[in-house]
Design a protein around this ligand. Structure first.
Ligand code: MRU
Length: 343
């Protein structure tokens, strides 16, 4: 994607420095910074502390981390330990496990194949998301008004994104999409990252408070909802950023189509239904403090909740398949009841 007229992927392997390179998402949108990691432990840490985040980007990064482990040792016990270390970073997005398994299996056969497999995962992610854009664009009206939650744009993948890819495709095709951007408390991926992406790409949008969606839906101001997904189970249930379930219930109430955009690497056909998904619990600091840059662009935290109170901070929720109109995938648009044919 273009930032200041230069093309970037969210994460890549830098052949010159032989390091994993990525955009530091913890500093966006205030500071654009590239960071580089030499070891699999450092790369895994970047997933844990959300320097890189979003299902596809996490997957590609985990693949590169796994390949870095093969670069340092041929000892399969150590490689198994590395895999466990990488897989312990974040539990919900299935793309992470998809990537570690693929790269592990490739490297086990031929050590040199690990990096090739990791690169393939990154390239497939980008191409899959480009296709999601093409299919999803067919659903967007010339002046379509779309609500999205969290960030499932190109920052959440290697390129293009899932939920935002159709929006970019529509925009590039000369349509005039308008995006309602849920701020997405507590970390604010919508207000920070989705808004940043749309602004960079000159797509018309407004940030709205997380609790404003019903107001706009009731006014008839929203034509469709498109979100991303972190894991989609065999029956079509979807784990996505906390607050997604609420939007899905609202969309049904107001008769608004609710689409989930995701490449096939996000489908987990081994898990029958959403109640079996492990939901990540994160530190309540994300909820109790606000983050922003000071006058020197150093990111600072300020407490905005009552001193002494603790919080609860589940990172994801599960939307049952009955709320979902369709999945916008790299293989086309699929209704939940059609999923069986793809397993
Ligand atoms: O916790 P994050 O930022 O890694 O969460 C991922 C997300 O951005 C959303 O849940 C998104 O809609 C799915 S990832 C494409």
């Amino acid at each position: 994607m273009l930032i200041e007229n230069q093309h970037y992927r969210t994460v890549w392997y830098d052949d010159t420095t032989r390091q994993v390179a990525m955009i530091n998402q913890n500093k966006l949108p205030f500071v654009f910074e590239l960071v580089y990691f030499k070891t699999y432990q450092e790369t895994a840490e970047a997933i844990r502390d959300m320097t890189v985040r979003g299902a596809g980007a996490i997957g590609a990064t985990a693949g590169f981390a796994m390949a870095q482990a093969f670069d340092t040792t041929g000892d399969l016990v150590k490689i198994q330990e590395a895999r466990a270390y990488i897989e312990a970073t974040r539990p919900t997005a299935v793309n992470l496990f998809y990537a570690t398994e693929k790269v592990f299996n490739a490297g086990k056969e031929h050590r040199n194949s690990a990096m090739v497999a990791a690169q393939q995962i990154a390239d497939e992610d980008a191409e899959g998301c480009r296709l999601i854009g093409e299919y999803g664009n067919t659903l967007i009206k010339p002046s379509g008004r779309i609500l999205t939650h969290c960030n499932a744009g190109w920052l959440a993948f290697v390129d293009y994104g899932s939920a935002l890819s159709p929006v970019y495709a529509a925009h590039n095709a000369g349509k005039q999409p308008f995006v309602y951007v849920d701020e997405t408390r507590p970390r604010g991926q919508g207000a920070r990252l989705t808004a940043y992406e749309l602004e960079q790409n000159k797509v018309d949008h407004r940030i709205i408070a997380d609790n404003a969606a019903a107001y706009y839906m009731a006014k008839g101001a929203i034509d469709m909802v498109i979100t991303g997904a972190d894991r989609i189970t065999a029956n079509g249930d979807v784990a996505n950023k906390i607050g997604t379930l609420e939007k899905a219930i609202l969309a049904k109430e107001f008769g608004i189509p609710f689409y989930v955009a995701a490449p096939f690497s996000t489908f987990d056909f081994n898990t029958p239904s959403g109640d079996m998904i492990v939901i990540e619990e994160r530190s309540d600091e994300e909820l109790l403090y606000h983050e922003g840059p000071d006058e020197h662009n150093i990111i600072r935290k300020i407490r905005m909740a009552a001193p002494g109170s603790a919080g609860l901070n589940p990172a994801f929720d599960v939307t049952p398949h009955r709320y979902i109109t369709g999945f916008i995938t790299n293989r086309g648009i699929i209704r939940p009841d059609e999923l069986k044919g793809y397993q």
